[in-house]
Design a protein around this ligand. Structure first.
Ligand SMILES: [Zn+2]
Length: 210
């Protein structure tokens, strides 16, 4: 059974500023990782619903647009999981997020991933996190639910204020994987480089799949 809320935006996007496609130098490194994860279906879409899953972000400095001490990041757009390759039309900048109103200020050619609030919360929970990769895999998720020390409880939905609170209260190592027991198939890796966040996922994938 797949979470039917997957891909449904739960935050306000009224403050989205629509722009033309982003330049490739802004998203290329993230896209390189996305391709690797898509190949092993850690990013993809469910059959037969075709609901996409998987979203990646990298911390950025967009202070020239909105000056804030809060995390700002580049993230994959909503409903992109089914696409093998993303272009400058599929990436978007998150300039600010209001934790009280759940309003996102974003800028780009598309709306940000429905899971933007969780990315924001995790960046906020640990200052030296620079990359967050959220992926899905049924086999790995089941394994992590049994074995893994870093998790959010089964009654906590992904993308909710309660999830944010969970992240803030966790004692997070420098890099790692967190399994969302309340978000079927879902887990997230984070690190202070994209390579480290991606390698964590591929190592785990190969450990379970040979
Ligand atoms: Zn998910």
């Amino acid at each position: 059974m797949v979470d039917i809320n997957e891909g449904v935006i739960k935050f306000s996007t009224k403050e989205h500023n629509q722009t033309k496609a982003l330049q490739s130098d802004e998203y290329r490194e993230l896209e390189n990782w996305r391709e690797k994860l898509w190949k092993v279906k850690l990013i993809g879409s469910y059959f037969p619903s075709n609901i996409g899953y998987g979203n990646l972000s990298v911390l950025k400095d967009y202070k020239d647009r909105i000056n804030t001490e809060e995390p700002q990041f580049l993230i994959t757009g909503t409903q992109t999981g089914h696409k093998e390759n993303l272009s400058g039309e599929d990436y978007v900048r998150v300039l600010s997020f209001n934790e009280k109103t759940f309003a996102v200020k974003s800028e780009g050619p598309c709306l940000p991933s429905s899971e933007t609030p969780s990315h924001y919360s995790l960046y906020k929970a640990k200052k030296d996190i620079k990359a967050i990769f959220h992926v899905h895999d049924s086999k790995i998720w089941k394994y992590l639910c049994e074995e893994h020390p870093l998790f959010t409880p089964a009654d906590v939905e992904y993308g909710t204020p309660e999830m944010a609170r969970q992240f803030l209260e966790m004692d997070l190592p420098e890099k790692g994987i967190i399994v969302m027991k309340g978000h079927e198939d879902g887990f997230v890796s984070y690190a202070n480089t994209m390579d480290d966040a991606g390698e964590l996922l591929l190592e785990l994938y190969h450990k379970l799949n040979g």
